[in-house]
Design a protein around this ligand. Sequence first.
Ligand SMILES: [Zn+2]
Length: 256
Amino acid sequence: MDTPHRPPRRPHAWLPLLLLSQGLVAWAWWRWGWPLGLPLMFATHAVCWWGVLAPNSALYGPVLSRLPTGAREVWLTIDDGPSGDTAAILDLLDAHGAKATFFLVGDRAQARPDLVREIARRGHGIGNHSRTHPQAWFWALGPRRMRAEVEGCQRQLAAITGATPRWFRAVVGHANPFVSAPLRDEGLARVAWGARGFDAVDVDVARVLGKIERGLAPGAIVLLHEGAAHGRNVEMVAKLLQRLDALGYRTVLPRP
Ligand SMILES: [Zn+2]
């Protein structure tokens, strides 16, 4: 498999596009008035918001949405740990001979370094999911705070495991114009997903599984969570692993 690991190379590529589009809006407004200028302005702003809100949007930098394979393989990614669920999830993965990448929150990792080392010891991947998980404001972080979130988590995880993460999962899947520069500097590639069941908020195990299953395909990246308030993430992982076995899917970790 080719490496799908692509950190941003030109983190400010959006800037000339933005200037060009707003110049176009101003010119259209001047030339034809608001009936054309106003809708054009809304359209260009909608594109900017799509780049922020759509997890698979590459407007502000490259993002990996699936693995380049035709085989019945999926990449399990588990966000928001370490948590009280981590140990049970590790045992489930072992029982199924499965591997996953845990996208960890730096401050939570620092509070439970034993769990982080156990994830690594059992051969799973560890990715960067920000230092503090600012889920309400991640999309709005300025360049300095965005860099502190990315680099802070990177330092915390490297100090615990001795290895530097290579993959980044944006908080709530959002992006903005300032996420790519620290990712480039840290050699991190942003990872989205193609299969998810809203397992962080939905308590209905069967419904969550059904939604994930609709996204399953060769190379699918599966988004899972641990430590949700509803307390059923372990059960969801257990059911998903059974279902993957039944469907003939094996789990893989991409080589960066
Ligand atoms: Zn998260």
